[in-house]
Design a protein around this ligand. Structure first.
Ligand code: NA7
Length: 541
């Protein structure tokens, strides 16, 4: 170990929702000596990077896409809209960091170039790009589920001489599209949120679409002071409901489709479409995500809506999604389909007319050349596992995560990995991640991590590590849950299918409330699936 390395109880990597809460919890609630590092220039994680126009919360409602643990924080913050804009979420996280005095323990613009477990010392050693070294007993990886940008490698793309941005690495300066011909590749959330905004200013927008999407109207609306007051008064109950109801405090409808006539079902779909947000998916009938016939009916309903909105039948045809509704991340849009009724927007269906190459001033597809001045890559991320592999910690015996995860992202509880003692992930593969309210998910995961650390300290232990057997049965469990649904049938980033060569594996836990029950049970039951090592005092002294 380096003699002059700074020493901490825990090192946290990342200062987004997850990392910031972990710093607060471990430092202020547990009294540990903690240091956080982030390559970004400020707090916010995803919200620090994703500054593209139109970026908004795509979860049910902003007050619930927020920390839940502190009534004071809930009372402090005035959410303005149900689907708040990205800069407001960033301002909220800055406020959180400020209110709890977190900034003094975060080192920004610092990339971790190496993270290595020292078996003899039972500690992690990190090195930074500034040449610093630090050690800690625990390494907390809060590196983000959507961090490593996926950049397509079309021939000649680097020769494109115009301005080019990835939505996940958007510049901090305002970008003007005025008078510009803009090409947008990708129609996930980022593309669908940004295209209407870009189209308002640009001379022309050409959208290059690989997979047409189901997007539901966000029906974003202002939140009144009275509504916020109600939430504040009932906060403890709402928080409990979120914990019990898969992350959101809404009652979902438990009616069975077979009890209703087809025309009654259509009327329900209409109502939920008008209501907007994710209601069509969670509030129509039981089994939308597992019953193929029911899912087909909802899918066709949404296709019908797209046909109604988009005036040009040929464009509408290209926009028809053909996978199972909801099995890619559901998108909440603000006028996306309507944007295709503008004269300055055109759509290229890459399945019929694939991109062949880029020149310095255009995108060349099989059937035509599309001159552009600006390129927006809304092409997503190497999701969930990518940011851990980017960090690539080296565990027991110097084995790297890249080696361990070559074929499968083995882990236990989405939070720990066999061979990587004293290391924890927040929102790792196998955790509920985006299938639950992520801020609350981060709080609950951190509570589990904190309890485990306390257990180690109370019992005077040196290290904790998941077992291979626990990983195997956890993998089975995750897959059994996913296989009861339609999710695995679709090529989505949930399945790792958006990245060429990535192992195909469902990357989330679909039953968030059960998952957090499970974490509590594991802790209460003495940490089944983990082995603990005594302190190796004789080795280190
Ligand atoms: P997504 O949802 O992964 O969307 C990326 C989009 O880019 C999607 O339409 C992809 O098509 C498309 N894509 C990816 N690679 C290519 C290439 N090589 N050529 C053409 N098109 C491509 O990422 P987002 O940033 O929109 O959203 C990520 C999450 O952030 C989202 O779920 C929200 O939670 C917020 P595909 O569908 O893979 O065929």
């Amino acid at each position: 170990m380096t003699g002059n390395a700074k020493q901490y109880d825990a090192i946290i990597i990342g200062s987004g929702f997850g990392g910031l809460y972990a710093l607060y919890h471990l430092r202020d609630k547990m009294g540990l000596n903690v240091r956080a590092f982030d390559g970004a220039g400020g707090v916010g994680g995803t919200w620090w990077y994703n500054r593209y126009p139109g970026a908004r919360v795509d979860a049910p409602s902003s007050p619930f896409y927020a920390y839940t643990f502190s009534q004071e924080l809930v009372d402090d913050w005035e959410w303005k809209e149900t689907q708040t804009v990205g800069p407001d979420v960033l301002a909220y996280l800055e406020h959180f960091a400020d209110r709890f005095d977190l900034l003094k323990d975060i080192q920004f613009e610092t990339w971790i170039t190496d993270a290595r477990y020292d078996e003899a010392a039972q500690r992690w050693t990190i090195e930074t790009d500034a040449g610093e070294t630090a050690t800690a007993q625990f390494l907390i990886c809060a590196v983000g589920a959507l961090f490593v940008a996926n950049k397509p490698d079309y021939p000649g793309i680097d020769d494109f001489a115009g301005v080019s941005f990835h939505t996940g690495r958007w510049p901090h300066e305002k970008v003007s599209f005025a008078g510009k011909r803009v090409g947008v590749i990708g129609t996930g959330s980022s593309g669908i949120q940004s295209i209407p905004e870009i189209a308002k200013g640009a001379a022309h927008v050409t959208v290059f679409q690989r997979t047409p999407q189901y997007a539901l109207p966000a029906r974003n609306r202002p939140i009144s002071k009275e509504e916020l007051s109600r939430y504040r008064e009932d906060w403890d109950d709402l928080r409990m409901s979120m914990r019990r109801r898969g992350g959101w405090p809404f009652k979902t409808n438990r009616r069975r489709a077979s009890d209703y006539a087809p025309e009654q079902r259509q009327a329900v779909y209409e109502e939920l479409w008008e209501e907007g947000g994710i209601h069509l998916s969670i509030n129509s009938y039981v089994g939308v995500m597992s019953d193929k016939e029911l899912n087909d009916e909802v899918s066709e309903f949404v296709r019908g809506k797209i046909r109604e909105i988009v005036r040009d039948p040929e464009t509408a045809r290209k926009l028809m999604p053909d996978y199972h509704f909801g099995t890619k991340r559901l998108i909440l849009d603000n006028g996306y389909f309507e944007t295709y009724n503008r004269d300055n927007v055109s759509l290229v269906d890459l399945r019929e007319d694939p991109i062949e190459k880029f020149t310095h001033a255009s995108v060349c597809t099989k059937h035509g050349e599309h001159p552009i001045d600006m390129l927006v890559l809304a092409t997503g991320f190497d999701a969930v596992s990518g940011s851990m592999l980017n960090l690539n910690p080296k565990g027991r015996g110097g084995v790297s995560l890249k080696e361990k995860w070559e074929r499968r992202f083995d882990n236990y509880l989405g939070a720990t990995i066999a061979g990587f003692p004293n290391m924890f992930m927040i929102h790792g593969p196998g955790a509920p991640g985006v299938f639950f309210a992520m801020p609350l998910g981060g709080e609950l995961t951190t509570a589990f991590i904190g309890d485990c650390i306390k257990h180690i300290h109370d019992k005077n232990l040196g290290a904790v590590e998941a077992t291979i057997d626990a990983e195997t049965s956890w993998d089975r469990e995750i897959n059994e849950i996913a296989n009861r649904t339609l999710y695995p049938r679709t090529n989505s980033w949930y399945m790792g299918a958006n990245i060429p060569g990535k192992p195909r594996q469902f990357l989330g836990h679909l039953r968030g409330s059960h998952y957090f029950d499970r974490l509590s049970e594991v802790a209460a039951g003495g940490y089944e699936g983990f082995v603990f090592e005594p302190v190796r005092e004789e080795v280190t002294s």
